[in-house]
Structures are given as structure tokens and as C-alpha cells.
Design a binder for this molecule. Structure first.
Ligand code: FAD
Length: 393
């Protein structure tokens, strides 16, 4: 059996473990355009802050692939696919035959058109993190564009490093996709108190560049925020380009709960995949590490002839914002429709909001009360009934 895995990160590695468990002898080849072994993207902001050494970002060493009998093609990009012939094309001209293929190509940082200039970077790879840390250590002024989870994490990391960042969010509040209004405002106040310069409703017009590179960012109101490094954290997009035109793709590569794509013999897992949600109501790209690991395991098991199912995406975010634990999960928007409501409580710096549909909890925002996250998540997964007993409201 010939297994080919494109992407050696959370989903790809987890699939390799699962395949080997069931098939000790099959040929496994992993292809990744990055030239070093897999590392943790979750730790990148911890590395920037100086809490984690660069060598400790790596999840495995090269010996791992050898001990698992995996042929590695690192530093090589996969460029094309012929599902009819079951062949994968590589940028260096090689062609790989496969019986079973896993697309675990992840996601890339969104790059707005105004940002295609020097002095601008995203934050997705180890190289991005090294560039940001070095610029900050060299005393460069850093502006972060994007008030989502990665932008906020980066702001916290830079502050920890002793650099005061400016955070520009185009929406009226930070974390607008993953928190409700109250939690966003509490976190914004918290960041401001710690010295982060936060500007919401700030739309970037263009990058101001001079003879020595980036000098600032010009906002649509005409004002300029000076900086030498601009980090764009405007979200991610699944890397579907390898398979577009061959597999069914919506935002990500569409898969069922077995991580099977629309084409026999081809699986997808992790940030590139769009899979059913836990309510069975739609499909979602999940873009979090634990889901990538679980989906990789399911894909690898099924590729090797076993049977495993992904229980469905439950959207989830968790982070420590300068000592304030923040967690959100599930559905956060309350539509103006019958049966929907929200319940919220605030005590000091602790805040809890539950989104209720009918009799069931379907979403939650928690600030300063991380101990409630596990029980609420379990309740949502079990259908959401009985949440009143779990929550001290
Ligand atoms: C700064 C940052 C902080 C984060 N923090 C958290 C967090 O706190 N909690 C959390 O749950 N998640 C977090 N995430 C998200 C998490 O890292 C991702 O969900 C996870 O990395 C997804 O894993 P993956 O295997 O699907 O894809 P990726 O990690 O994106 O890996 C995909 C791999 O595929 C390779 N590849 C892509 N296309 C090709 C090609 N054509 N040919 C060859 N190779 C290719 C890439 O080089 C890459 O190595 C964070 C992400 C970032 C960037």
C-alpha cells in the first residue's frame, strides 16, 4: 500500500501515527514545502515573547520519520494531482503514485492587496516568527493589523518582550468573531491598561514606504501610524490550490466525518478541510490544533483500512490575554428568531455568557472562569440539555 501525506504538521503527523499503528509495512511518503521537521504554530507567539527557545518549537526530530519508516520529501512543494491515475506531481518534477492520499496542507495567512511590500509580514510560519522577533529586538516599531485571536496573542507576546505594539482592528471591537461585545470591551480595556495601543474601526489604506523601507501605515481617515514592521493578522484561508478543480471545495476541501473527500482514495484533514459541525447542520473549517490532530488520526485510521469518525467541528478559542483567561466555543451569534436567547453574568473581572437555543446551550463566552469551560463544552457536545445545573448563574 502506498500512502502519501501532503503536509507535515498537526494533521499530517497524527495521520502518520494512525497509519503506522494499523499498517506496519505500507510505504508512507510525507511531502512538505518547509524544509525542517514539524513544529508547533501554537507556540510561535510564545517563541516571540522569549518564553520558548526556537529549537523547542519542533514537535519531532528527523529521527522520528526514520523510526516510523516514513520517506520524507521536505522542502518540496506538491503542485498538482491526477486523481484518475492516483498520481501527485511535485515541483521538482517527481511524480508520486499513491493508493491513498491525505491532503493536510493547512492554511495560509490572508494577505490584503495593500500589504504586498517589504516590511510587511503575516504570522503563520517559523520564519515569520523569527522575522517578527528579530525586528522587535532590534527596536523596530511594530504595528499589528487585525484584532482576531492571532493579532491579540501577538500583541501580548510583544508586550512581554518589552515592545509596545499598536493593534489596529477594522471592526468596531477586537475579537469580534470569537467574543460577544461585553467580553471584547473587557479585553480591550485590559490590553489598554497594560499599555497595548488599541485602535478599533481602523481601516488600512496603504503602507507608507520611504528609502529605508516601511515607515508607517496610512489609515482610511488619512492619519498615519508610524512603524517599521507591519504584521498582518487578518485571518487564514485554507490551502486548497493543490486540489481545486479535482475535489469538491467550498471554503475548504469538503469531507465527511471519515475525512473522505469527494474523490475515492483522497482524504483531507486539518485547517484545509471543511467538515460537518457537531450539530449536523452544516460544514465548517475549524482551524484549531486539536481538531487538526483528531481529524488527522481519523483520516490515517480510515486510510489504513480501520474505521474512525470525527465527531464534528465545535468552534473553540482559548487564550491567556495577559493573565486573563478567555475561552469561547460553539455558536456565539443570537439571531432574532424564536427560541434563541442569551444569559450572561459578570462579577468583577469574571464574565460568562451562554447562548441558548430552545432548552439547549449551544455556545459560550468565558472570561476569568476557565474552570467552567470543560463542563460547558461537555454539555454542548451531549446536546446542551441540563446546563442550568452546571453553571452558577
Ligand atoms: C500564530 C498562531 C497561533 C495559533 N494558536 C493556536 C492556539 O492557541 N490553539 C489552537 O488550537 N490553534 C492555534 N493555531 C492554529 C493551529 O496552528 C492550526 O490549526 C494547525 O497548525 C493546523 O494544522 P494543519 O496540520 O492542518 O496545517 P498547518 O499547520 O498549516 O500545516 C500545513 C503544512 O502543509 C504544508 N503545505 C501546504 N501546501 C503544501 C504543498 N502544496 N506542498 C507541500 N507542502 C505543503 C505547509 O508547509 C505546512 O507545513 C495557531 C496558529 C498560528 C499561526
Amino acid at each position: 500500500m502506498n500512502y502519501v501525506v501532503v503536509g507535515s504538521s498537526a494533521a499530517g503527523l497524527s495521520a502518520i501515527h494512525a497509519i503506522r499503528k494499523l499498517d506496519p509495512c505500507g510505504n508512507i511518503t510525507v511531502v512538505d514545502e518547509e524544509s525542517r521537521p514539524a513544529y508547533s504554530r501554537v507556540l510561535l507567539t510564545h517563541y516571540i515573547a522569549g518564553r520558548v527557545a526556537e529549537r523547542d518549537l519542533f514537535l519531532v526530530e528527523e529521527a522520528f520519520y526514520r523510526s516510523y519508516g516514513v520517506r520524507t520529501l521536505l522542502g518540496v512543494r506538491a503542485t498538482g494531482l491526477d486523481p484518475g491515475r492516483r498520481q501527485l506531481y511535485l515541483a521538482d518534477g517527481r511524480v508520486l503514485d499513491y493508493d491513498s492520499l491525505l491532503v493536510a496542507t493547512g492554511a495560509r495567512a490572508v494577505v490584503p492587496s495593500w500589504s504586498r511590500t517589504g516590511g510587511v509580514t503575516g504570522l503563520r510560519t517559523r520564519e515569520d516568527a523569527v522575522r517578527i522577533r528579530n525586528a522587535a529586538l532590534a527596536g523596530r516599531r511594530v504595528v499589528i493589523v487585525g484584532g482576531g485571536p492571532v493579532g491579540v496573542k501577538l500583541a501580548c507576546a510583544l508586550l512581554e518582550l518589552g515592545v509596545t505594539p499598536t493593534l489596529l482592528a477594522s471592526s468596531p471591537r477586537i475579537l469580534s468573531q470569537v467574543a460577544d461585545r461585553e467580553a471584547s470591551l473587557m479585553l480591550e480595556q485590559h490590553l489598554l491598561r497594560h499599555g497595548v495601543r488599541v485602535r478599533c474601526g481602523a481601516e488600512v489604506g496603504e503602507v507608507a514606504a520611504g528609502p529605508r523601507g516601511t515607515e508607517g501605515v496610512v489609515l482610511s481617515d488619512g492619519s498615519t501610524v508610524p512603524c517599521q514592521l507591519l504584521v498582518v493578522c487578518k485571518g487564514v484561508e485554507p490551502r486548497t490550490e493543490l486540489v481545486a478543480g479535482h475535489l469538491a471545495v467550498r471554503r475548504g476541501v469538503l469531507v465527511d466525518n471519515g475525512m473522505r473527500t469527494s474523490v475515492p482514495g483522497v482524504y483531507a484533514a486539518g485547517d484545509v478541510a471543511e467538515s460537518p459541525d457537531i450539530w449536523g447542520e452544516g460544514t465548517r473549517v475549524s482551524a484549531i490544533w486539536p481538531h487538526a490532530v483528531k481529524q488527522g488520526k481519523v483520516a490515517g485510521t480510515n486510510m489504513a483500512g480501520g474505521r474512525d469518525l470525527f465527531p464534528g467541528v465545535l468552534p473553540r478559542n482559548a487564550m491567556d490575554v495577559l493573565g486573563m483567561p478567555f475561552v469561547s466555543m460553539g455558536l456565539l451569534h443570537v439571531p432574532a428568531a424564536a427560541g434563541w436567547r442569551s444569559v450572561s453574568r459578570r462579577r468583577g473581572n469574571s464574565y460568562l455568557r451562554l447562548v441558548i437555543r430552545g432548552e439547549s446551550v449551544v455556545g459560550a463566552v468565558l472570561l476569568g472562569c476557565p474552570q467552567l469551560a470543560g463542563p460547558i463544552q461537555a454539555a454542548i457536545r451531549k446536546g446542551g440539555r441540563g446546563w442550568e445545573q452546571l453553571v452558577p448563574l
